[in-house]
Design a protein around this ligand. Structure first.
Ligand code: EPU
Length: 338
């Protein structure tokens, strides 16, 4: 295990925030994780485990050990005429796996094309887009308990997935390292194009016969038209969650703002788009110093270059305060702040 001192994290977070980690190392295998847990000196540090660094805002130097999950691997664990179960290493890049699965002729990941980040991070917030969530194709995952070094398998129920939620975000926060994910992919159709903009995009592209590739291409086109490429403009995708509010509050806000879109959530609640609230509050495209709100999607905060995590955090505080004041709705950050 190679441990580096004072490593810049700029290349390891998609916001491109330049802070340092006191100590830095990578895990390349499950054994590396197990060895780590058995090493009391290493295990005593404050630690931060990184996947693709695509869902975090770093606001200060990290006074501890940052670990990059670089565990690779793609393996068929079972297969029949209709389905295949594939086990993927936690350090694999999500979108590369999506493209690979489509090349193999397998369906199921296409709606989640171009989501930034690593496979091991996907279950933590049950990533999703365009009508599909990870939980829809999830079979199980393997995770190492960082205290005991034990390798544990979690099935669908044990992960307690919800909207951008799982047990690894609350009850088991920082207790497990996800080393592999097993997903179920199909060999025949079964596509989901219910999300309005996908069907519109497929029609625009003149697609006659549905395929995972056609849907993936449509999703990529939509995402690229709205979401900034982190290699060109630092960002972390959706910065806020879409708030789920009581029906009574929804009706109140809707009375004053008849254009407010909403989707039914659990009984008695509605989900409203944070992007709409922020946009209508006048923040879309607003620049504050070196950071700002993306011009094409108000849910995304961007680093125009050289912004600090503190500056982006302050901007998000101002947006939250303004949205409360205008609509009485409290936005919650989707990104993790360190
Ligand atoms: N809207 C605005 N102005 C904006 C942005 C959105 O008025 O600036 C309105 C849209 O017109 C639409 C509604 O808000 O009526 C929803 O917008 P959109 O369909 O673009 O989706 P979203 O709710 O903003 C969510 C996910 C995205 C995911 C898309 C597509 C969350 C927090 N975000 O965004 O996930 O790609 O749906 O499924 O749930 C991510 O997590 O990083 C991410 C990009």
């Amino acid at each position: 295990m190679i441990i580096k001192n004072n490593q810049s994290l700029k290349a390891y977070n998609t916001f491109g925030i330049d802070v340092n980690a006191k100590l830095f190392m990578s895990w390349n295998s499950v054994q590396d994780v197990v060895d780590f847990t058995a090493n009391s000196e290493l295990n005593s540090h404050n630690r931060l485990i990184l996947g693709g660094g695509s869902n975090m805002l770093l606001t200060k130097d990290f006074d501890g050990l940052v670990i990059k999950n670089s565990i690779l691997g793609r393996e068929i664990v079972s297969e029949d005429e209709t389905e295949v179960h594939v086990k993927i290493g936690g350090g694999e890049v999500w979108h590369e796996v999506v493209i690979w699965s489509i090349d193999q002729g397998w369906n199921g990941m296409e709606n989640m094309s171009l989501i930034p980040g690593c496979v091991g991070a996907a279950p933590i917030q049950n990533i999703g887009a365009y009508g599909k969530e990870l939980k829809d194709i999830f079979v199980s995952l393997e995770a190492v308990n960082v205290e005991t070094g034990e390798l544990q398998v979690f099935d669908l129920e044990e992960c307690a997935f919800g909207y951008r939620e799982s047990i690894f975000k609350n009850v088991y926060k920082d207790q497990f390292v996800i080393v592999s994910l097993t997903i179920r992919l199909t060999k025949k159709g079964c596509f989901n194009t219910s999300y309005g903009s996908i069907s519109a995009e497929l029609e625009k592209a003149g697609v006659k016969e549905l395929s995972a590739k056609a849907i993936s291409d449509a999703v990529i086109t939509i995402r690229q038209s709205k979401l900034p490429d982190p290699n060109k403009l630092g960002n972390s995708g959706s910065f806020f969650k879409n708030p789920i509010i009581p029906e009574a509050l929804y009706e109140e806000v809707q009375f004053e703002h008849p254009g407010l879109p909403a989707y039914p959530a659990q009984e008695g609640f509605m989900k409203v788009p944070a992007g709409w609230l922020i946009d209508q509050a006048g923040w879309k495209g607003k620049r504050v110093g070196k950071c700002g709100v993306h011009t094409k999607q108000a849910l995304v905060l961007v680093n125009y270059g050289g912004a600090t995590g503190q500056e982006i955090f302050q901007l998000s505080e101002r947006i939250i305060a303004d949205v409360i004041q205008k609509y009485g709705i409290e936005l919650e950050r989707e990104v993790n702040v360190f």
